[in-house]
Design a protein around this ligand. Structure first.
Ligand code: MN
Ligand code: MN
Length: 297
């Protein structure tokens, strides 16, 4: 009994690490081709599949962007507060913004300026908030809420609303959190697919099959790109390569595909050649945070 429960625990930890590290790998891989079109990527790289940095942000190989940096803020705050604390998380975002990050989304910057000026931890609902900036950092919430199922929706939406308040963003933050939890628990793939199909049934903006080829910053396109890549492949590497080669907001589609596929295939399923390239402080911290997040609740 003892060894079997230890085995289950280590499998869960491996999947949680796969989720966080997988998202960071998607960011590092995708950043190279962010804002490029499919044909531009093809002309320049054939198939882009190496973590080489560069891109419009001139990243060093293995370095990550706002997607992972904000996810780190979310994860640290959840661990520090033993759950979701909006003020602590908003403060963490502001502290990060003040470090002069390599990139920051306009909705994120606007939301944090509102928090600084007015102290309000939630944005008002806005038709302009349908971007992917809340979805890209939701992975730690899914892991943290595993032992607090009643809190999942409140935490997923609460972290989102610090900067993004839009029904599509809210719904997909909850749905992707549920998918990650389903994968972490080792549930059948069918359960995860049902969550995706239910999401599409309520909001056709998330349709991933057939995939319309749009990979922009609108959260519907980001989800569809990430999820169709997961749906059409059977291993982490192929999923991420298919995803980021769509171009567009490739670091963020890569982040979202990476969090879902990473939770599903586990850290053991992440390509060693990519993990070896990932910036070592980021990698070490995500590795530890996965454990801290699982201890919440
Ligand atoms: Mn980014
Ligand atoms: Mn992006």
């Amino acid at each position: 009994m003892r060894s079997s429960s230890a085995g289950t625990e280590s499998l869960l930890l491996d999947r949680a690490r796969g989720c966080l590290l997988g998202a960071a790998l998607g960011d590092a891989l995708g950043a190279t081709v962010e804002f490029m079109s499919r044909s531009e990527i093809k002309a320049r790289y054939g198939v882009h599949k190496k973590i080489i940095g560069g891109g419009w942000l001139y990243l060093k190989p293995g370095y990550v962007t706002d997607d992972t940096q904000m996810s780190l803020c979310v994860a640290r705050s959840l661990v520090r507060s033993s759950g979701f604390n909006a003020v602590d998380m908003a403060d963490a975002f502001v502290e990060w913004m003040r470090t002069g990050p390599v990139d920051i989304g306009s909705t994120v910057a606007q939301g944090l300026r509102r928090y600084i000026a007015k102290g309000r931890v939630a944005a008002k609902e806005s038709q302009w908030h349908g971007g992917n900036g809340a979805l890209m950092r939701v992975a730690p919430v899914a892991i943290a809420a595993l032992n607090c199922p009643d809190s999942l929706e409140e935490w997923a939406v609460g972290q989102a609303h610090i900067t993004h308040n839009h029904p599509l963003s809210d719904t997909v933050c909850i749905a992707v959190s549920r998918m990650i939890q389903s994968a972490l628990k080792g549930r059948p793939l069918l359960e995860l697919l049902e969550i995706a199909h239910e999401l599409v049934r309520i909001h056709p903006e998330f349709t991933f099959r057939p995939y319309n080829g749009k990979a922009g910053g609108f959260v519907g396109e980001t989800f569809a790109t990430a999820f169709s890549s997961f749906y059409n492949t059977d291993n982490f590497e192929d999923c991420l390569v298919e995803c980021v080669n769509q171009g567009g907001d490739a670091d963020t589609t890569g982040t979202v595909a990476g969090m879902i596929a990473g939770a599903w295939y586990g850290a053991r399923g992440l390509p060693k050649k990519w993990l070896n390239k990932l910036e070592k402080n980021t990698k070490a911290e995500l590795f530890e945070l996965a454990k801290g997040l699982l201890e919440i609740g």
